[in-house]
Design a protein around this ligand. Structure first.
Ligand code: FPP
Length: 232
């Protein structure tokens, strides 16, 4: 969700007002994704690297996130959305951790859509924490060293029970993944748009999906193999 700061600067406003406007885009995107029957939506709300922003902006973002959770959760719950949080929780206050745990617990049986919010998340952090958990599992005899492979390693990653993303959308014009879901993005289709996040709306999501459905996903195979498997 990139481009909040630039959106605000273009309007002679403080960067923080761009983040506030970004919450509205979050709401529109969740609503449209649900309407489009998207089962899994993951939002990169705060990266491990975002702590290095000015303290005032970080405090405001945490506050905005807490308030948005409080305000939006009842409606999300009513609409069958299951919320899930991924990231290094160790830097958050116990109050904030409790709030996220309560939301996850309240919505755990919902089945309309899984909304994952990545907060203080980094793809490299995720791979390292998974590696540490795997070492512990080996030491305690839960798995054998010989059993380590891509599939067994995955169960230690934050998104272990969720499918890999089909499509990653990055707003704001930059063409990079910036430490998002590094493991899971291996075969994800990437979509970059110049639209700044606060301007991203229902039509923007529809456009991204339209482009996605015309992509050919080969997963290392040839076009012919894919065509043949569709015919079968
Ligand atoms: C990146 O734009 C955006 C963020 C670091 C924060 C995203 C947060 C929200 C949209 C609001 C809260 C989220 C939820 C899930 C309730 P930027 O500041 O890097 O923009 P710039 O590149 O133009 O400076």
């Amino acid at each position: 969700m990139d481009g909040n700061g630039r959106w605000a600067i273009q309007r002679n406003k403080y960067r923080t007002s761009g983040h506030k406007a970004g919450v509205e885009s979050v709401r529109k995107t969740i609503h449209e994704a649900s309407k489009q029957s998207i089962d899994f939506l993951t939002l990169f709300a705060f990266s491990s690297e975002n702590w290095s922003r000015p303290k005032k902006e970080v405090t405001m973002l945490m506050d905005l996130f807490t308030r948005a959770l409080k305000k939006e959760v009842p409606e999300l719950h009513q609409n069958g959305v299951k919320l899930n949080f991924i990231g290094d929780m160790s830097r958050f206050s116990s109050n904030m951790i409790k709030r996220m745990e309560n939301v996850a617990s309240l919505t755990k049986d919902n089945t309309k859509m899984v909304l994952t919010i990545a907060i203080n998340y980094g793809g490299r952090w995720d791979i390292v924490q998974a590696t540490n958990k795997m070492f512990q599992a080996i030491e305690s005899g839960k798995i054998e060293k010989e059993q380590v492979n891509e599939k067994s390693f995955e169960q230690f990653l934050s998104m272990f029970n969720l499918p890999h993303p089909d499509l990653m959308i990055r707003t704001g014009g930059e063409k990079r993944v910036s430490n998002f879901l590094l493991w899971q993005l291996a075969y994800t289709e990437l979509y970059f748009t110049k639209t700044l996040w606060p301007d991203f709306n229902e039509e923007s999501l529809q456009e991204a999906i339209q482009e996605y459905i015309h992509r050919e996903r080969r997963f290392g195979k040839t076009s012919k193999q894919i065509e043949d498997s569709v015919k079968c």
